[in-house]
Design a protein around this ligand. Structure first.
Ligand SMILES: [Zn+2]
Length: 191
């Protein structure tokens, strides 16, 4: 089932996620719906806050980026990307790995039509659980690391506009105001 994606201006996007405690069919169904929604919106990542749930849960699908260079180790191995995508992250904890921050342009399904440069750690380590509650560790760099940082931030109520440099953020300000007003008019959800 395709779910409604929340937009900037809805307070849920600022809510830190609660830990997932039950690894049951409801969680499986929610994750499946999030994957369907991400695919329908042509996104490469989607967090629970973006479908109106404050949970430590996000999904990614990097298979469209397979031509772009990035490396990864999942539990110390490198399974083919197609085999591990789409991928569900439950109760993720993200650690940025040392290195100079890299800047690249990002978008977000909760900010239609808005893009901007965001500095990110060049590589990350993520520990998380899968839908059965089993623990995993993923280390990656490049766009995979960037997407994980973007989605992990959502689960803490942090948005990509928070990380933009002041100048980039200022330039987007009029469009952000318009988007926020449109959101409030649609859903009556002032934040
Ligand atoms: Zn986003």
């Amino acid at each position: 089932m395709i779910l409604r994606v929340t937009h900037f201006g809805e307070s849920i996007l600022r809510e830190p996620g609660k830990p997932v405690e039950h690894f049951d069919t409801a969680l499986r169904e929610l994750a499946q719906n999030m994957i369907e929604t991400m695919h329908a919106e042509e996104g490469i990542g989607l967090a629970a806050q973006q479908i109106d749930r404050a949970l430590q849960l996000f999904v990614v699908d990097l298979s469209v980026l397979s031509e772009i260079d990035f490396d990864y180790r999942l539990d110390g191995k490198k399974p083919p990307l197609d085999l591990i995508m789409p991928h569900v992250f439950v109760n993720a904890v993200l650690t940025p790995l040392p290195g100079r921050a890299l800047v690249a342009e990002e978008g977000c399904l909760s900010f239609p039509g808005i893009r901007g440069d965001v500095p990110r750690a060049p590589a990350v380590r993520v520990t998380y659980q899968d839908l059965d509650g089993h623990a995993h560790e993923l280390e990656t760099d490049g766009w995979f690391a960037r997407v994980l940082q973007h989605e992990f931030d959502h689960t803490e109520g942090v948005l990509f506009i928070d990380l933009m440099e002041n100048r980039a953020r200022r330039m987007l300000e009029p469009r952000l105001k318009r988007l926020k007003r449109a959101t409030e008019e649609s859903f009556g959800a002032p934040s």
